[in-house]
Design a protein around this ligand. Structure first.
Ligand SMILES: Cc1cc2nc3c(=O)[nH]c(=O)nc-3n(C[C@H](O)[C@H](O)[C@H](O)COP(=O)(O)O)c2cc1C
Length: 184
C-alpha cells in the first residue's frame, strides 16, 4: 500500500483502462454486480470532506488524485439466482446467502485493481470508509441498495513513499501457521 502520493492528475484513459481490466474479475453466476465509481476533482474533495478523511489520513494520502469506490449490487445476484438455471436454492433472497458473493466479487475486482496499479508503476491504497459512508454515496447518486466495500486511492508514488502502516509494525505470519494440509 502507498500512503504518499503525488498530486499529479492521472490521465482519464489510464484510469479507465485500469478499471476496464479490473472489472474482469470472476463473478458468481456471472452476475457482474460490481461497479467502480472513480472520483477526482470536486467530487473527490467532497468525498474526503463528508467522510472526514483528514481524521484518518495525512496529506500524503489526501494528495492522491483519484479515489475509486468499488460498489456491490446485491440485487444483481438475487436477480440472477432467481433465473431458471440457478433457482430453487432460496438465493433470490439476500439474507439466505451464507457467503454474500457480491462482497466476494467486489473484493476480487478490487484486488485486480491493486495488482494492475502495481503493474503500471502506480501507487494504490485500499482503505475503509469509517465515517458517513452512506452520506457520501448518496451525494454521488449511488442507489440505496448498493453497498460500499471501502475505497482505493490511486496515483503516482511520491519519492518519499516508503513502507508504512501495520505491515511495518507486525511481521508476516509464518507459512506453516496459515497454510494447512488435510487438517487445520
Ligand atoms: C480489508 C482491508 C482494509 C484495510 N483498511 C485500511 C485502512 O483503512 N487504512 C489503511 O491505511 N490501510 C488499510 N488497509 C491496508 C493494510 O493495512 C495493508 O494491506 C497491510 O498492512 C499490509 O501492507 P501491504 O499491503 O503494504 O503489504 C486495509 C487492507 C485491507 C485488506
Amino acid at each position: 500500500m502507498t500512503r504518499k502520493f503525488q498530486s499529479t492528475a492521472l490521465a482519464p484513459e489510464l484510469v479507465d483502462g485500469l478499471l476496464d481490466l479490473a472489472r474482469r474479475a470472476p463473478s458468481a453466476g456471472y452476475s457482474q454486480g460490481v461497479h467502480f465509481l472513480a472520483l477526482s476533482g470536486d467530487a473527490l474533495a467532497n468525498f474526503w470532506k463528508v467522510t472526514v478523511g483528514d481524521e484518518w489520513f495525512d496529506e500524503g494520502v489526501l494528495a492522491a488524485p483519484v479515489v475509486v469506490l468499488p460498489l456491490a449490487d446485491p440485487n444483481a445476484y438475487t436477480g440472477r439466482y432467481a433465473e431458471a438455471d440457478k433457482a430453487g436454492h432460496g438465493l433470490e433472497i439476500a439474507a439466505n446467502w451464507e457467503v454474500p458473493f457480491w462482497l466476494t466479487d467486489a473484493a476480487m475486482a478490487t484486488q485486480n485493481l491493486l495488482l494492475l496499479a502495481e503493474e503500471r508503476g502506480l501507487g494504490a491504497l485500499y482503505f475503509g470508509i469509517f465515517r458517513n459512508a452512506r452520506l457520501a454515496l448518496d451525494a454521488l447518486g449511488v442507489p440505496d441498495h448498493v453497498l460500499q466495500v471501502g475505497a482505493v486511492a490511486l496515483g503516482w508514488r511520491a519519492a518519499t513513499d516508503a513502507p508504512s502502516g501495520s505491515a511495518i509494525t507486525r511481521p508476516r505470519r509464518d507459512r506453516i501457521e496459515v497454510v494447512h494440509h488435510n487438517r487445520w
